[in-house]
Design a protein around this ligand. Structure first.
Ligand SMILES: [Zn+2]
Length: 381
């Protein structure tokens, strides 16, 4: 029976790896926790890695982690500005033809961005290529149209319904397979009852191929994900050939569901107004253009759209940006994004030390002006 305990532990550890989604660092995950939605920035196991991880809830009802990622760089009528180091701007004339390969977008051989999902990489590469070959006058309108789509708050609800419909049968079977594998095996370990073990094994052996067939069917029957953006063949095969991956098969589809939407758009559809305000504040701060800002056009476009999204949920952006109540007489400065307050030793204009605030300058209490944003190019929180 000890072997059974070891087998159970091994299966569970392997299964936990199946619950991880490896994504670019800017990705945001959305989870329902006791009926309340929360947003989580992807966790970075190592500060130097470009990859981060989002963990899906391992127990039934096996809801997939929903992913959304902000644009990886600023897109303006003059060109694109990459967020690396000193913010390199590439004009449209300098860019080579753009294309996507799996989850990466390239300009010629130059890797521009890595994405959490294939459809986001493909849609970005396609849009950039259209902009590159378009006339200078048309670009501004086209960029605005592209951004409008990413901030369209009606899309997430609709897409979620489509997704739920396409994986309904698969999710029932995946949950049943989870129960047979872990519930059955767990009960057998606890009770040391060989009959339960036998039943769990038989049930798992029946449910596993059925689940694989349901996954293949869900892929073919769904209407929202073009075939070109299906999970790659190796992933599809593993999801069908391994029962542990099969349990999480719906996750591979879910990561494409909100691919072409900004995280704040998804947040507006899921979070409570209070949580949405908290989520949007750093984005709004990062989108405030400062004096002489080279990215002023871009930031203004992003800020206006974030404000529009917030207005749909009756949130006043000015109230979000107002300074926090001073904790005590000793605090001198505060961070407009995370609202942390600092005593003497940190001057206004210094960057907030919190990891979640990339290049957000601190402000002095009593001298609140729109001093402007950090240097992050995208709408990264
Ligand atoms: Zn901060």
């Amino acid at each position: 029976m000890n072997e059974l305990v070891e087998l159970f532990a091994l299966l569970f550890v392997l299964y936990l790896f199946e619950c991880l989604a490896w994504v670019p660092r800017r990705t945001v995950g959305f989870f329902a926790f006791f009926g309340r939605w929360r947003a989580r920035i992807a966790f970075r196991p190592n500060a130097s890695w470009s990859l981060a991880v989002i963990f899906g809830k391992p127990w039934p009802p096996l809801s997939p982690p929903w992913l959304a990622e902000p644009l990886p760089f600023a897109i303006e009528p003059q060109g694109i500005t990459l967020p690396d180091g000193e913010q390199r701007r590439l004009t449209w004339e300098e860019l080579a033809p753009l294309h996507a390969r799996a989850t990466r977008a390239y300009s010629g051989d130059l890797l521009l961005s890595t994405h959490a999902c294939r459809s986001d990489a493909a849609s970005l590469a396609e849009t950039l290529e259209r902009l590159r070959t378009s006339s200078a006058e048309k670009r501004e309108t086209e960029i605005r149209r592209f951004l409008d789509k990413r901030f369209d708050v009606d899309v997430p609800r609709f897409r979620r319904k489509q997704f739920a419909k396409s994986v309904r049968v698969l999710r029932v079977l995946s949950n049943a397979l989870w129960l047979a594998l872990f519930g059955g095996l767990g009960a057998a370990v606890l009770t040391r009852n060989m009959l339960i073990l036998l039943c769990a094994a038989v049930l798992s052996l029946v449910l596993w191929p059925t689940n694989s067939l349901a996954f293949a069917r869900a892929l073919r029957k769904q209407s929202w994900l073009p075939r070109a953006h299906w999970p790659d063949r190796a992933k599809r095969l593993v999801a069908m050939l391994s029962p542990l991956s099969g349990v999480r098969a719906a996750d591979t589809l879910a990561r494409e569901a909100w691919a072409d939407l900004e995280p704040v758009t998804v947040a507006a559809a899921l979070l409570s107004p209070a949580d949405l305000g908290k989520f949007a504040r750093p984005l709004l701060v990062a989108a405030q253009p400062s004096d002489g800002d080279a990215l002023a056009w871009w930031r203004t476009e992003i800020r206006q759209r974030i404000e529009r999204v917030l207005a749909r949920r009756q949130i006043d952006p000015a109230a979000l940006l107002s300074p926090p109540v001073r904790e005590n007489g000793r605090v001198q400065t505060y961070c407009p994004a995370c609202l942390a307050q600092y005593e003497a030793g940190r001057q206004a204009g210094e960057m907030c030390p919190n990891e979640s605030c990339p290049a957000i300058p601190l402000r002095a209490f009593g001298a609140e002006t729109k001093t402007g944003a950090g240097s992050s190019a995208g709408a990264t929180p």
